[in-house]
Design a protein around this ligand. Structure first.
Ligand code: SF4
Length: 251
């Protein structure tokens, strides 16, 4: 696939904001970023829950979907993979209990979207959209744990902002709030979707989109959080193991 500067999604914008060189590595040069244990783990949980929403009924269904969805890439040892796997089972058991008592209507899960904004096309996939008793939409992103996921961060989240805009623009919904659903607890951290959040999100899309369009890859990010820090020619940190810093923040 050729490089398309006018097609954006959250991962592309986040990669550019993390480091323009990281964006160029992945989306212009089309090079592969290796999976990490945490990224494989999060994806395995997401896939199991999405499949459950599509027709699962029991906890046993959910655990079977988890077994089917398990990704083993990125772990340092088989023992580490097994520890993650067992932890995932516990997380899903708690999620199942929590989910059984929820009253919102789940409208969409793993829902692909696209909408136009100025000269850009914005695409992505939303973990889940619920309709609340008020009729408004709750735009939900599943997160494995609390790291970096407070109410303050939800209010400033570019990812949640893009997904709320998609709920409006692609599906004609009224996004009333945006939510981090912390799977490991489980707990919802919800904040209102405000006009300020909408404006800030659009401004970021325009700003980053313009720089990408102009082929401006001059800035540099913080290498310790970067998933390609071991192979990047401009890395200032080739020593820190990929599992000890939060590589997911870059992808
Ligand atoms: S290792 Fe550092 S310079 Fe290289 S892409 Fe990552 S953040 Fe940017």
């Amino acid at each position: 696939m050729i490089f398309d500067a006018l097609e954006l999604n959250y991962s592309k914008i986040n990669a550019y904001l993390s480091c323009p060189l990281l964006y160029k590595f992945i989306y212009v040069n089309r090079k592969y970023t290796p999976p990490t244990g945490p990224s494989s783990f999060g994806l395995s949980l997401h896939r199991a829950i999405a499949r459950y929403h599509s027709g699962g009924r029991t906890l046993n269904d959910l655990i079977v979907y988890y077994q089917d969805s398990w990704l083993h890439q990125g772990y340092e040892t088989p023992q580490q993979a097994m520890e993650y796997y067992r932890n995932g089972e516990k997380i899903l058991e708690k999620w199942y209990m929590f989910h059984s008592e929820e009253t919102n209507r789940i409208l969409y899960w793993e829902k692909n979207f696209r909408f136009d904004f100025e000269k850009w096309v914005i695409k992505g996939t939303i973990d889940r959209i619920d309709i609340m008793p008020s009729g408004g939409a709750d735009v939900i992103d599943y997160k494995t744990g609390y790291e970096g996921h407070t109410a303050e961060q939800a209010a400033g989240s570019l990812q949640l902002g893009i997904y709320a805009l998609a709920a409006e623009e692609a599906f004609g919904l009224k996004p009333e709030r945006v939510t981090y659903f912390i799977l490991s607890e489980p707990q919802k951290i919800s904040v209102p979707f405000t006009d300020e959040m909408r404006s800030r999100t659009l401004e970021t899309i325009r700003d980053v989109g313009t720089k990408i369009f102009e082929y401006d890859f001059t800035g540099r990010g913080n290498c310790i959080h970067c998933p390609i820090r071991k192979i990047c020619r401009e890395s200032t940190d080739k020593e820190t193991p990929l599992d000890t810093a939060d590589s997911r923040s870059c992808v």
